[in-house]
Design a protein around this ligand. Structure first.
Ligand code: NAG
Ligand code: NAG
Length: 212
């Protein structure tokens, strides 16, 4: 075969394959997640990596283009940790992992989930700091991280999340002051209670890692 005709056959073929490859990468990301988790009540049993995409798996919802838009694993008795592969779920809108026993750090890579509307990680065992990268989630409306073991200060960058309607970090081990700018002007005190926080930030001063 002449090199040029090979090109004309190969390029359309590769373009045809691309959508399948990208949905498969979402299945691969979810399968990598599964491998990090302990699942004593077999909630993830239907997660079969040999299927063409993860859209028929229980607790996973796709849009009409077979992209994963929801992960619903609240109250699922799962433990283990999350990894950076979750950042591959580029179309994800709802990350619901509340009321489990998941520990370790909240991966920085979650800042890649540009379409995320809701991140519910409350009532788990997450530790370490709240990643600054979450300030890149411009669509985020609900961020609930309460009842974990998070430390450090509340990243000031989160004040840029202009769509944020609900923010809850109560019952953690956070320190420093509470931001007052942007959406933080509207969040109730209850969102911050039971931490080592020093109360609202004072305008004009920059004491936010004071006491951390
Ligand atoms: C979680 O574990 C409890 C106790 O073992 C069980 O009753 C419940 O059905 C489990 N939940 C799920 C979603 O499997
Ligand atoms: C976001 O917040 C940080 C810290 O408060 C600020 O320096 C930055 O300019 C803001 N804007 C964007 C688009 O990140």
């Amino acid at each position: 075969m002449a090199p040029l005709s090979f090109f004309y056959v190969l390029v359309p073929f590769l373009l045809f394959l691309t959508p399948a490859l990208s949905t498969n990468s979402e299945g691969n990301a979810l399968h990598a997640l599964r491998s990090r988790l302990s699942d004593p009540t077999n909630v993830l049993q239907s997660w079969d990596p040999t299927l063409v995409n993860p859209c028929t798996w229980f607790h996973v919802t796709c849009d009409s283009n077979s992209h994963v838009i929801r992960l619903d694993l609240g109250n699922s008795n799962i433990s283990g940790t999350l990894g950076s592969e979750l950042g591959e779920l580029k179309h994800l809108q709802y990350l619901e992992l509340y009321r489990n026993e998941i520990g370790g750090k909240i991966p920085k890579a979650l800042g890649k989930l540009k379409n995320l509307v809701s991140m519910d990680l409350y009532e788990n065992r997450f530790e370490g700091e709240i990643p600054k990268s979450l300030s890149k989630l411009k669509s985020l409306r609900f961020l609930r991280l309460s009842n974990n073991k998070l430390t450090g200060s509340i990243p000031r960058e989160l004040t840029n999340l202009s769509n944020l309607k609900v923010f809850d970090v109560s019952n953690n081990n956070l320190c420093g002051t509470v931001p007052v700018d942007g959406p933080f002007a509207t969040f109730p005190m209850e969102s911050f209670e039971n931490n080592r926080l020093n109360g609202p930030e004072l305008k004009g001063l920059v004491p936010y890692d004071f006491g951390c």
